[in-house]
Ligand binder design. Structure first.
Ligand code: AKG
Length: 258
């Protein structure tokens, strides 16, 4: 039963105003204890099949990222396609919604790599610019184990120039961006099962995991159903249509039977 696993969520108007002003908002817990256990265990099954132990010679992507986790874990798929975040996405983006990214970003103990300052629209620029990233903590995230840092209000500054971050996650972004970010960034700690929603323009980073505990995050991104990839000749971004309609037939069909 979905109700045993997921906790429904609806922002009030004040919360929505806060989200649009600050570029982020905590949803609080979205997974029950049972839901958290189920999702964590399915994610770990997939992780152990596809990923090795942390290796400092490997890139951040190789060590910490497992894409398309909804292909490998049925309860993650339900959470992604039918869970409480779909309503949140509709409140923020509007009536037409697609699910455009699901991945694990697991900073396991021993992983001391930072994920440098960036906007999620810096990796994969989508237009319209109202996509959201939703980070659900599968462990408590702390200052010691590499919680997220972000700059409140940075969403108001729009699209930033990123230095080939897609290929080069281990490097630092432009020095100006880094200096501003380090002065203004705040840490966001979370309890396992809680979720943080970010605007596609909110600058964020995460630090090294210096603790003896894993720091596992389940990452989803939702976008307007007609969102296009600016970096890819404005082709429609493929993602399962979750709400409303789209002008693109390939989106209508995408992962329809998953
Ligand atoms: O999981 C992390 O440490 C950072 C994740 C992140 O910033 C992202 O996926 O955009």
């Amino acid at each position: 039963m979905i109700e045993d696993l997921f906790i429904s969520k609806c922002f009030n108007p004040l919360q929505l105003t806060t989200f649009h002003r600050d570029g982020y908002l905590s949803c609080g817990p979205l997974l029950t204890t049972k839901g958290l256990e189920k999702i964590r265990s399915q994610c770990m099954e997939a992780w152990n099949i596809y990923k090795d132990d942390f290796d400092p010679q490997k890139t951040w992507l190789e060590n910490a990222l497992l894409p398309n986790i909804h292909h490998h874990a049925s309860w993650v798929r339900k959470f992604y396609f039918e869970g409480p975040l779909v309503n949140v996405a509709e409140q923020i983006i509007g009536p037409n919604i697609k699910a455009v990214t699901s991945q694990l970003t697991f900073k396991m103990k021993g992983n001391k790599m930072v994920f440098p300052w960036h906007q999620d629209n810096g990796y994969g620029e989508l237009d319209p610019y109202n996509a959201i990233s939703c980070l659900t903590a599968l462990d408590d995230t702390t200052l010691q184990n590499g919680c997220l840092w972000l700059i409140p209000g940075s969403n108001k500054e729009g699209q930033k120039a990123h230095q080939q971050l897609k290929q080069n996650l281990g490097s630092t972004p432009g020095s100006e961006l880094k200096a501003i970010a380090e002065e203004q960034g705040i840490p966001i700690t979370m309890k396992a099962g809680e979720c943080l929603v970010l605007s596609c323009w909110t600058l964020h980073q995460s630090g090294p995991n210096l603790s003896d505990f894993d720091r596992r995050i389940l990452f989803f991104r939702y976008a307007d159903a007609d969102a296009v990839e600016v970096y890819n000749q404005r082709k429609p971004r493929l993602g399962r249509l979750l709400r409303g309609t789209t002008q693109f037939s390939e989106v209508q069909q995408f992962e329809k039977d998953l």
